[in-house]
Design a protein around this ligand. Structure first.
Ligand code: CA2
Length: 156
């Protein structure tokens, strides 16, 4: 059985669709979860979709991912700009990681321009709203498929 892709969401993303629609749009996190699950199914991927307002809980989930997941999609919310703990956990996980942001963080305040997640990310997607999560899954489907093909070539 293939391991799921962990799709992890950080602080305040549970507020999606309820406040600041001009920046984050009108879809709720449950709407995004639904779109992610449907798209993952079409790609033959399993997903485990979670949100937490707590840095430590996200770190624990990233630690668990090392064994339990095939890859990580991460929107760490504001922790993107502050959390060395999340960077360390991602680095230790040694998995493909796609960093996603709904908004274009480079068009916003300068404190959002730096990401502690990016050095541990395989790729970064921002500014495309919830579609960013779907594109992250597309990228991971390719990356994981390449890995599977390489393993098959080695083992026959
Ligand atoms: O654009 C993104 O996805 C962010 O990761 C969202 C974070 C922000 O701190 C990052 O700089 C960029 C904030 C998530 C809060 O989401 C809300 C949604 C609706 C209402 C209030 C907050």
């Amino acid at each position: 059985m293939a391991k799921p892709v962990y799709v992890l969401n950080g602080p305040n993303l549970n507020m999606l669709g309820r406040r600041e629609p001009a920046i984050y749009g009108r879809e709720t996190l449950d709407d995004v979860r639904g779109r992610v699950q449907t798209h993952a199914r079409s790609l033959g991927l399993e997903v485990e979709f979670r949100q937490s307002n707590h840095e430590g809980e996200l770190v624990t989930w990233i630690q668990d991912a090392r064994e339990a997941a095939s890859a990580i999609v991460l929107n760490a919310g504001a922790l993107t700009h502050t959390s060395i703990a999340i960077l360390d956990a991602l680095t230790a996980a040694e998995l493909p990681v796609i960093e996603v942001h709904l908004s274009n963080i480079y068009k916003r305040e300068s404190f959002r321009h730096h990401s502690y997640v990016s050095p541990a990310a395989t790729g970064v997607i921002c500014g495309l709203g919830p579609k960013g999560y779907l594109l992250a899954l597309d990228a991971l489907a390719d990356i994981l498929n390449q890995g599977t093909r390489a393993t098959k070539r080695r083992t026959g």
